[in-house]
Ligand binder design. Structure first.
Ligand code: KIV
Ligand code: ZN
Length: 521
């Protein structure tokens, strides 16, 4: 069973890039508040470095990185910058508020990337020296990455890394940008750099793997065994294409197999499950059921032989304890007779600290749900808390009444919305009940936003299960998401759509001044 890491074991730093590489994943855009919430949870979980964003990318990114930097308590806050003085200066402006700040600058060093930047090998060396020096003039903690390192000629890779170290980089990150490497090669690369590059012993080597061939976790761990001391990863493996190395996988692998991988991290693993849920919810990327560590089925035993074995001795089919990742050991069903105190305890077990007011709101919804559903499971409660947080009382659009007709005779929706306090009603038809409901919303609140995602999943088993619905909308290149849960799938759908529109209204108000700033600069 899980071995325990000891203080004399080599420490592996965990660098989380959920808010930068993860958020870059198409459609995973997060709001400012969502980024702050995730950063606070990462900090609390013991992540060593949080890559909070790419400050030059937009005013929104800059604002999020700055505020995360100001709120940071334990983690180093890092901002990404291309190999340009403007990018680097902007990254510094954003991260400088953090008690401990880092600038991460990079350039593509493989032949394919050198072609794009039209730089000769020597010109690129000069650029690396100049940009790392610029970053070092701002900050003592500078990370440098040769993007597409795994497809860069080995001799040239040694030259660029040596240049960055000479210019003052303190962490050298080796990205497998397109998920091309394999474990043996990943280890050999780190070993070669440590052996051949002068000054390599003065810096920390990091591994940054993408998961295109499903080997990101294995490649990261192989790099650690070869001497890398920082793993770059994201919660749930969120990231472009097939994603990045999943934080929960590498951290739990190092914990469970500490006997053969004797390294320690500073992560409080009991916070993993809550973070996984929050990231899945705000990104709109649900976690696949059979995902390692955090998938819904990761601790479920269905086959008779497995169930029998687990009942006799849990270690027969479980290599880690659900509690280790913050899953409550006992998924006790709550029902309509459960009281406020039981609910508060249960929510605390699930990682939610609620104020009295929040508890009151959740309790009202809990009672309403308990009237419709026999047993309320942990997943139902998580959905209730999330929905309560999503639905601010002062929302511009609120659903007052929805009646859906569907079946062989056609589909229509009668809807009443309160829009800034004024009630309006309409009847609409559509290709199916959801389409009819969405058409009704659009008729009452006309807008140009395009529907990018509509996703429904059942939270638990049973025909009385709640449906969670995610809706993603795009307007002028900006993306917002909406979420809702209800035992009535149509109502959940309409609520999620309205939630997305309310978020869009908030975003419109926030981006107005930003557009003005851009126009004058
Ligand atoms: O995958 C990659 O190469 C990156 C760099 C910016 C480090 O994310
Ligand atoms: Zn990456």
């Amino acid at each position: 069973m899980t071995a325990t890491a000891s203080a004399d074991q080599a420490r592996v730093l965990i660098f989380d890039t959920t808010l930068r590489d993860g958020e870059q994943s198409p459609g995973a855009t997060m709001t400012h508040e969502e980024k702050l919430e995730i950063a606070a949870l990462l900090d609390e979980m013991g992540v060593d470095v949080i890559e909070a964003g790419f400050p030059i990318a937009s005013e929104g990114d800059f604002a999020a990185v700055s505020e995360i930097a100001k709120n940071a308590r334990n983690s180093v806050i890092c901002g990404l910058a291309r190999a340009s003085f403007t990018d680097i200066d902007r990254a510094w402006e954003a991260v400088k508020h953090a008690p401990r700040a880092r600038i991460h600058t990079f350039i593509g060093t493989s032949p394919l990337h050198r072609d794009i930047t039209r730089l000769t090998q020597d010109e690129m060396i000069d650029k690396i020296h100049a940009t790392v020096t610029r970053a070092r003039n701002h900050c003592e903690d500078v990370q440098w990455s040769p993007m597409d390192a795994t497809r860069t000629e080995r001799d040239y890779l040694c030259r660029v890394v040596e240049t960055a170290i000479k210019a003052g980089a303190t962490t050298i990150n080796i990205p497998d940008t397109v998920g091309y490497t394999a474990p043996r090669e990943s280890a050999e690369l780190i070993r070669m750099l440590l052996e051949r590059v002068p000054g390599a012993d003065r810096v920390i080597f990091a591994t940054h793997c993408h998961n295109d061939l499903g080997m990101a976790t294995a490649n990261s761990l192989a790099a650690v065994e070869a001497g890398a001391r920082q793993i770059e990863c994201t919660i749930n493996g969120l990231g472009e294409r097939a994603g990045n190395t999943a934080l929960e996988e590498v951290v739990m692998a190092l914990k469970v197999r500490n006997d053969i991988m004797p390294y320690r991290t500073g992560i409080d693993t009991t916070k993993i499950m809550n973070l996984s849920r929050v990231v899945a919810q705000v990104s709109g990327f649900p976690v696949q059921f059979n995902k390692a560590v955090v998938g819904k089925n990761a601790f479920l035993h269905e086959s008779g032989i497995h169930q029998d074995g687990v009942l006799k001795n849990v270690e027969t089919f479980e290599i880690m304890k659900p509690e280790d990742i913050g899953l409550t050991a006992n998924n006790i069903a709550m029902g309509k007779h459960s009281g406020r105190a039981a609910l508060r305890t249960k929510l605390a077990d699930l990682g939610f600290q609620t104020s009295d007011n929040q508890l009151n709101d959740v309790f009202v919804r809990f009672k309403a749900l308990a009237d419709r559903k026999k047993e309320i499971f942990d997943e139902d409660l998580v959905a209730l808390v999330t929905e309560t947080a999503n639905e601010a009382a002062d929302e511009a659009i609120q659903i007052r009444r929805l009646r859906i007709v569907c079946g062989t005779e056609g589909q229509s929706a009668e809807l009443t919305l309160a829009i800034r306090g004024e009630e309006k009603s309409v009847e609409a038809t559509g290709d199916g009940p959801v389409d009819a409901a969405f058409n009704a919303v659009k008729a009452l609140f006309p807008h140009q936003a395009r529907l990018k995602l509509y996703q429904v999943s059942a939270i638990t088993a049973g025909t009385d299960a709640q449906a969670t619905v995610s809706v993603r909308l795009e307007e002028d290149g900006k993306i917002v998401t909406g979420q809702a849960a209800d035992t009535d799938t149509m109502l959940a759908s309409a609520k999620a759509y309205v939630n997305a529109l309310n978020n869009l209204i908030v975003r419109r108000q926030k981006t107005k001044p930003e557009e003005e700033v851009r126009a004058v600069s």
